[in-house]
Design a protein around this ligand. Structure first.
Ligand SMILES: Cc1cc2nc3c(=O)[nH]c(=O)nc-3n(C[C@H](O)[C@H](O)[C@H](O)COP(=O)(O)OP(=O)(O)OC[C@H]3O[C@@H](n4cnc5c(N)ncnc54)[C@H](O)[C@@H]3O)c2cc1C
Length: 332
């Protein structure tokens, strides 16, 4: 009896959430609605959290294509994301099911699932953290969003990272070049990925076009044509050399890694390109972002103890270390 009385006297001094898990759904503000933010928002919602996405772009318009690993397709399936607008096929080397999608179509497919799950999305730009609230600029006005957890999925130039005082290691810069060739190829064909000492090049054919991508310290249309020729892709090489195609040249790519991936005091974590940015043509960025979203999903359902933050940091360290070491050879 005495024990029970003592228990009820001291009970109010404890956080109820500590005794019974979260007594209300965890409230997450996700800054950035790119692949990492949309994916992590789906994870959060499926894990029972209340999540709001803040994205500064009004629409998804990125025209470039990117390449998805088999593991990423598995994650998308788990999230019930519709991949009908993607090109899927088996790669020539490992015979693994892989995919190609226009970035905007990939983002729209994720957004569609976000909508189906009833996740709210606000169009606005994150500015700063003020008294555990995210300050957002929307139509020139400030709005404040309170949160239990803030997620910085706001890309390479992350404002959240800056607000958390997390420094970044800048490890190098490189250039990308993409040629989209109108070559009516009746079959899907993926040659992935090929690289030499300082050049990465790949060749992906889908029914209506062939995409040749290259990344190096220096790469332009001529060097891409020469590299394609060396790989034995003579038709593609001559199309590139004669300027028959759509070219995306001088795409800047940086190699950078955050020094840490969370700030427990400010209840915030980083994700995707905000945590680490590397070679995009090798199919690392968005694929790693999806893996990181799954890791974040585990963190969302944890109790957010110091040990949980440490485990999150460790997992992101491993993911981004892999990203960095796999592409370091392509950077100055
Ligand atoms: C040409 C090109 C080809 C690529 N090809 C591949 C590929 O083949 N495979 C691959 O895996 N990756 C590829 N990538 C890389 C891939 O696009 C990125 O790694 C991936 O998009 C990272 O996702 P993210 O969500 O972390 O960041 P982002 O895609 O950069 O998304 C961040 C989002 O945050 C928003 N945002 C930024 N600041 C704020 C703010 N203050 N407030 C609110 N919103 C904000 C941005 O508008 C953006 O939508 C390619 C990239 C490019 C440019």
């Amino acid at each position: 009896m005495l024990f029970l009385r003592i228990f009820f006297v001291i009970l109010p001094f404890f956080n109820l959430a500590w005794l019974s898990g979260h007594e209300r759904p965890l409230s997450i503000v996700m800054i950035g609605g790119g692949p990492a933010g949309l994916g992590a928002a789906i994870e959060a919602k499926l894990g029972g959290a209340h999540v709001t996405i803040v994205e500064k772009r009004k629409a998804y318009t990125r025209e470039q294509y990117f390449f998805l690993w088999g593991a990423s397709l598995g994650i998308l399936k788990q999230w019930d994301v519709n991949t009908a607008d993607f090109y899927l096929g088996y790669d020539d080397i490992d015979h693994e099911l892989v995919g190609v999608a226009q970035i905007k179509k990939f983002e729209r497919a994720l957004e569609e699932r976000v909508k189906e799950l009833g996740i709210p999305k606000i169009v606005g730009a994150f500015k700063e953290i003020r008294n555990k609230k995210a300050v957002i600029i929307q139509n020139g006005q400030e709005i404040e969003l309170p949160y239990d957890l803030l997620v910085g999925a706001d890309g390479e130039h992350s404002v959240v990272r800056e607000q958390l005082g997390i420094e970044c290691r800048n490890l190098g810069k490189a250039t990308g070049c993409i040629a989209v060739l109108d070559k009516k190829n009746p079959t899907l064909h993926f040659v992935l990925p090929l690289w030499s000492e300082s050049l990465f090049i790949n060749n992906i054919s889908i029914p209506s076009m062939t995409i040749i991508s290259g990344q190096s310290n220096i790469i332009n249309q001529d060097l891409l044509a020469a590299a394609a020729f060396r790989e034995g892709w003579t038709d593609e090489a001559s199309l590139i050399a004669s300027g028959h195609g759509i070219f995306f040249e001088q795409i800047p790519v940086s190699l950078q890694q955050a020094l840490t991936f969370s700030n427990a005091e400010k209840s915030a974590i980083l994700l995707g390109d905000a945590a680490g940015t590397a070679s995009f043509l090798q199919g690392l960025g968005a694929n790693t972002a999806l893996e990181a979203a799954v890791v974040a999903g585990r963190f969302f359902t944890s109790s957010h103890t110091e040990a949980d933050y440490a485990a999150y940091n460790q997992a992101l360290q491993e993911l981004t270390d892999r990203l960095i070491s796999d592409s370091a050879f392509l950077f100055k």
